[in-house]
Design a protein around this ligand. Structure first.
Ligand code: BGC
Ligand code: NOJ
Length: 809
């Protein structure tokens, strides 16, 4: 069942049924000011950091669901309704929500009154804009009341939901005309406030939630809305809010519109006040004046649209499959940008007060956005690398505000360092910016021990070699990519961390997955060294990689698939010798991607085993059989009920590894079949089962052992975005940035006859046509560049503005 449809021309998803299986959200903002917005106008805003600068409140596990947001109320005689349906849930006569790139429009109508809410955050300003247009479609005059409503958060989102004895006394506001200023804590150490304004004169307003809602009121039935007017209340403590009221008399076919704005404003410390306790509103007024007319609003919105069109125009495909086109050209790329902005901080499943930036997460996200924003990717790499420890290890997370490694969680996740090689390699292939390797970067944010980025890569590489276990396979430490496979932790008591309890690292437990990574990214590292002319070191690195390959085939092979690990007692994990958890996806994908066993046959066997033992109609489960009881030697993985999360859920993140692996083997049909299984655009028709947004990936889909098989969770902020974008564009469609140019090596279904791609690469627009007259799945026979045949292999980077490339398979 569908709840809407894609509008590819306008790059929108149009929701036509407001009762979506879960709130379907969008992200507004791409610089510093962000808003999460659901299809019923739920959500919240923050400035830069969703924990420390939360502007409006959001209650995550509230009932009813998704009640806090940016709601507009209409009072029409006795009927009270919202154009986005929530929170009154008054049945609408018509409804549409258009989620576009950085903007959303929600339109609802009831009894011949149509209300449209257009929301976006303009480029480079800290403000959420919302234009509301009310149209009387009746033949007669109508009298109505319109209300806006938001609830301010007292800045620190964590404190706001816990420290009531203080916070119920600190709230302060000022009101001037139609502008409501939220200035809690501004009297003391803060130099920022928020303002919620309207560009027309209000008939009444409220800033006290008790007055607007009623002390025992509910968002479904606010007291002020029932009364038909606000109380002009000034909040003193308790819950400061912002509500505007307009009384409307609309003739037949007449419209009324008003622009609201919610802004975050900083004031220099010495200019905070104009009079005792009267805040300096000048900077707010200046910002408001940039957006207080329809013309300025429209310009802001058009600028935003051009920004996105321009950003996405660097990679456009045209294939015979609309779903593929819309993933590459619009939604997958968009999601990659959202992971760039948010990391794993704020979504409808990440509360904004939890994790900082993950080391491995950020490195992998980069694979999906480096081609769109190479300069910011460069900055991100240098930030991440600066948190690396001197021994090459990594803090598992760092804080976006301080950019420092988080010592509460610490390090010892032994895959982390290798992801730095992965992202630097991707960055160089994309940009050709070899100079980045010469940049001096701190270790552990300590400038005294700074060294070149190349040295950072060297330490990453050596970190694995310095931490080998009894089978000469990498020690796993606290965990590898699978945060929940905790082989050294032994967490026994409720509430104890699964990852940092007990010894947490140890000299025995080894990871075959990290071994696969070491082979894959170790080769990349050796390539880089060779390119720099460091041939001896490159040869030594290749030797270490070859040794690792041997170790995997000797002690990391289980007979029909790659073993997952050895636990702290040296027992096999992910082996036919186990009662449960006999085979895991991660080493199959990673080892074959790395090329291990491709020649000697293990790779094919491993992929056959994936098909036989892990594949389902909704994708590949992470392991099988699911663990049915808690295992002290394995940790969090066995804490989940069978079929969920890391215990045999379909982890969307590593499905593309297997897709990549299939392309390594030249299996285009198979690669695309697997790709489709987790791809949201292909799941639109089963939205009632899948439940999360059909335009973005979620982290996890319940596996075959779960009672809710096929149900998605944790949409938006997942490394899946980057990996699926990469596997589709590079693995399947075959456009692979290489050190000195583009390599085009498709691996496609035999039925694909032709497709075209526009790809901006190092300043040159490549117009690529791939034709497949013989119905192959892989193998390029001929390459023409601007009409001239060139040797097979990498097409050297060009200096021209545009280049035409024809690929014949
Ligand atoms: C989740 C993992 C996640 C980890 C992060 C676990 O509870 O299942 O997916 O990586 O927490 O700390
Ligand atoms: C989510 C985490 O963000 C990521 O770092 C981890 O690899 C996966 N979960 C798997 O556990």
């Amino acid at each position: 069942m569908k709840y809407g449809h894609f509008d590819d021309l306008n790059k929108e998803y149009v929701i036509t049924n407001y009762e979506t299986p879960l709130p379907w959200i969008n992200y507004l903002g791409s610089d510093s000011f962000f808003t999460l917005l659901s299809n019923t106008a739920g959500g919240y805003s923050f400035y830069k950091d969703a924990k420390l600068r939360r502007i409006t409140r959001y209650r995550y596990n509230n009932l009813p669901l998704d009640q806090d947001g940016f709601h507009i109320y209409i009072k029409d005689k006795k009927t009270i309704w919202n154009p986005g349906w929530q929170p009154t849930r008054t049945k609408l006569d018509s409804y549409e929500c258009h989620h576009g790139l950085g903007y959303s429009t929600i339109t609802g109508s009831k009894n011949k009154i149509e209300v449209k809410q257009e929301l976006f955050v303009p480029k480079n300003d800290n403000i959420l804009l919302m234009r509301v247009t009310v149209k009387n479609n009746d033949k007669q005059k109508r009298e109505l009341d319109l209300f806006s409503f938001i609830e301010f958060c007292l800045w620190d989102a964590q404190d706001d939901t816990t420290n009531f004895q203080r916070n119920y006394s600190t709230g302060e506001v000022e009101v001037v005309g139609s502008s409501i200023y939220h200035k809690t804590e501004y009297r003391e150490r803060r130099n920022h406030y928020a303002v919620f304004f309207a560009n027309k004169k209000v008939d009444s307003f409220d800033t006290s939630r008790d007055k607007f809602m009623g002390v025992y009121g509910s968002p479904a039935e606010p007291q002020a809305v029932k009364n038909g007017k606000c109380a002009n209340s000034i909040a003193h403590g308790w819950q400061p809010v912002g509500a505007h009221h307009f009384h409307l008399d609309l003739n037949a076919n007449e419209s009324f519109d008003v622009i609201f704005g919610l802004a975050y404003v900083e004031v220099p410390f010495d200019k905070k006040f104009v009079k005792p306790n009267v805040i300096n509103k000048e900077p707010a007024k200046q910002l408001i004046s940039k957006y207080n007319t329809n013309k300025k609003f429209d310009e802001g919105l058009n600028n935003l649209k051009s920004f996105w069109n321009n950003l996405l125009s660097g990679f456009e495909v045209s294939t015979s499959n609309d779903k593929v086109n819309r993933m590459v050209n619009i939604w997958n790329a968009y999601q990659c940008m959202v992971t760039f902005n948010m990391s794993r901080s704020a979504s409808y499943y990440e509360s904004g007060i939890g994790r900082g930036m993950g080391f491995r997460d950020s490195c992998q996200d980069l694979l999906g956005f480096v081609h769109m924003i190479p300069e910011r990717a460069r900055e991100r790499i240098l930030d991440i690398a600066a948190t690396q420890k001197e021994d090459g290890g990594a803090y598992h997370q760092y804080q976006p505000l301080t950019k420092k490694g988080n010592s509460d969680i610490g390090g010892g996740f032994n895959d982390d360092p290798l992801w730095l090689i992965a992202c630097v390699d991707a960055y160089i292939r994309e940009t050709g910016d070899w100079n980045i390797l010469k940049v001096k970067v701190d270790f552990d944010n300590n400038h005294d021990v700074a060294d070149t980025l190349l040295e950072h890569l060297r330490r990453s590489f050596n970190y694995t070699l310095n931490n080998l276990g009894p089978h000469r396979l990498p020690l796993i430490g606290r965990a590898d990519w699978n945060d929940c496979l905790n082989l050294n932790c032994f967490s026994k008591y409720p509430g104890e961390s699964f990852q940092i309890t007990g010894p947490s690292e140890g000299p025995v437990a080894e990871s075959v997955f990290i071994a696969g990574m070491f082979v894959k990214y170790g080769k990349a590292y050796a390539n880089i060294l060779e390119h720099l002319g460091l041939n001896e070191e490159a040869a030594a690195s290749r030797k270490a990689v070859a040794d690792m390959e041997k170790a995997v085939l000797k002690d990391g092979w289980d007979g029909e698939w790659f073993l997952r690990a050895y636990d702290a007692k040296g027992q096999r994990v992910g082996s036919k010798a186990n009662d449960e958890g006999q085979i895991y996806i991660e080493p199959q994908g990673m080892c074959v991607m790395a090329g291990i066993g491709v020649e000697s046959g293990e790779a094919q066997k491993a992929l056959d085993s994936v098909k036989k033992r892990l594949e389902t109609k909704y994708g590949i489960v992470i392991l099988n059989p699911a663990y049915t009881s808690y295992r002290l030697n394995l940790g969090e993985i066995s804490s989940y009920p069978p079929g969920y999360k890391e215990n045999a859920g379909i982890f969307c993140h590593n499905n593309p590894w297997v897709v990549f692996a299939e392309t390594v083997m030249g299996h285009g049909n198979r690669a695309f079949d697997l790709y489709k299984k987790t791809c949201p655009a292909f799941l639109e028709d089963i939205s009632e089962i899948h439940r999360t947004e059909p335009y973005v990936y979620c982290q996890m889909v319940a596996g075959k052992d779960a009672p809710t098989f096929g149900e998605g969770k944790n949409s938006w902020l997942t490394g899946t975005a980057a990996w699926t974008f990469t596997v589709l564009t590079q693995g399947i469609l075959g456009v692979q940035p290489d050190y000195d140019g583009l390599r085009i090596d498709p691996c496609i279904p035999a039925s694909v006859k032709e497709y075209k791609i526009n790809r901006l690469y190092r300043g040159t627009m490549y117009h690529i046509t791939v034709s497949n007259p013989k119905g192959s799945q892989k193998g390029v026979k001929k390459i023409l560049v601007d009409g001239k045949e060139v040797p097979l292999g990498v097409i050297p980077a060009s200096r021209k503005k545009e280049v035409n490339v024809e690929i014949i398979m």
